[in-house]
Design a protein around this ligand. Structure first.
Ligand code: GAR
Length: 327
């Protein structure tokens, strides 16, 4: 895989990735470094004969020209993944539209706690007893997007007594330099073999009112996905057509207006869908945020509940469920 790294600072995470690639721990190549300013990470690139591009947003009065330049430069590298390693800038939505679920970040806290800058010091000052490191997919919001891996670190009372912040920073960076290459290895060498996606996100008019919720990023992700694609609509599978009365989850039950409890019908439909996934080893599910059938957030839909009961969710080899809203 071709990895394009973005950095703004010291570059110790960039270096950890380069070293992992040189040692053949990563069977991926670092094909370039992109910076938003002059920074020490560039020296590491030079030392390793890795091409560097600098795109400074402040050089562009017109934001659209900045974004176009950024996208043109990225395209020339033909990256499979974009790896943010201390790149302290929110990415434009246009970039994520082109590379949905292909941009990864590392952050020195347990997100969603302490996003933004100086997160280690923020955790330290807050007095939390546990902090850590998060690796996550990137969207166009700050330090947000589906979480890939987290490692916890206890802040001991001992650490609190003796010049602890520095110690904590060192410990956090040590974790980062281990889990970032490890997460990249897993992503690139054990790719998802199956994509499960809510049918309405792909543009099929299967919502209760006959509408769809076509998602540009889902569409792009599907176009580039190498594997089996299973688009699902538990309601259609259960025999309900469009239009149909609305359904709400009430006390864990799917209640259809004027019809009553349809939980069992939806569960049977969902289990049928799940049985079709039996040959799959690593499944990515992109589902709606809210929906009585395949929503992933409260109130959770029947599909996500059935998946959690039946399959090995988010253990790396089971199903990784993301909400379309988080892409
Ligand atoms: C790292 O701790 C990284 O997690 C953090 O910046 C540091 C960069 O260090 N990133 C963020 O805070 C992202 N919001 P490095 O330049 O030595 O890799």
């Amino acid at each position: 895989m071709r990895l394009l790294v973005f950095a703004s600072g010291r570059g110790s995470n960039f270096e950890a990735i380069v070293e992992a690639s040189k040692k053949n721990y990563l069977h991926s190549q670092v094909i370039g470094l992109l910076c938003d300013k002059e920074c020490p990470a560039m020296e590491i690139a030079k030392k390793n004969s890795i091409p560097v591009s600098i795109i400074k947003p402040k050089d562009y009065q017109d934001k659209s020209i900045y974004i176009k330049t950024l996208l043109d430069v990225i395209k020339r590298y033909k990256p499979d993944y974009i790896i943010l390693a201390g790149y302290m800038r929110i990415l434009p939505a246009e970039l994520i539209d082109e590379y949905p679920l292909k941009v990864i970040n590392i952050h020195p806290s347990l997100l969603p706690q302490f996003p933004g800058k100086d997160s280690i010091a923020k955790a330290w000052d807050s007095g939390v007893k546990i902090t850590g490191v998060t690796v996550h997919y990137v969207n166009d919001r700050m330090d947000a997007g589906p979480i890939i891996a987290q490692e916890f670190l206890k802040i001991s009372d001992n650490m609190k007594k003796s010049s602890g912040l520095e110690k904590l920073e060192n410990k956090i960076h040590k974790i980062e330099h281990r889990i970032y290459p490890a997460s990249i290895k897993k992503l690139t060498e054990e790719p998802f073999d199956t994509l499960v996606v809510s049918k309405c996100l792909t543009g099929v008019n299967c919502r209760y009112d006959g509408g769809s919720k076509l998602s540009k990023r889902v569409k792009t992700f599907i176009k580039n996905f190498n594997g089996k694609i299973v688009d699902i609509c538990p309601e259609l599978e259960a025999g309900f057509d469009v239009p149909r009365p609305t359904t709400d989850i009430i006390n864990g039950k799917a209640m259809m207006k004027g019809v009553g409890d349809i939980t069992e019908k939806l569960e049977n439909a969902c289990n049928k869908i799940i049985s079709r996934l039996s040959g799959s080893k690593k499944i990515l599910a992109i589902l709606k945020e809210k929906s009585p059938s395949c929503g992933v957030r409260s109130p959770k839909g029947i599909f996500a509940s059935c998946v959690e009961k039946t399959l090995n969710v988010e253990k790396g080899s089971g199903v990784f469920i993301v909400s379309e809203e988080d892409l």
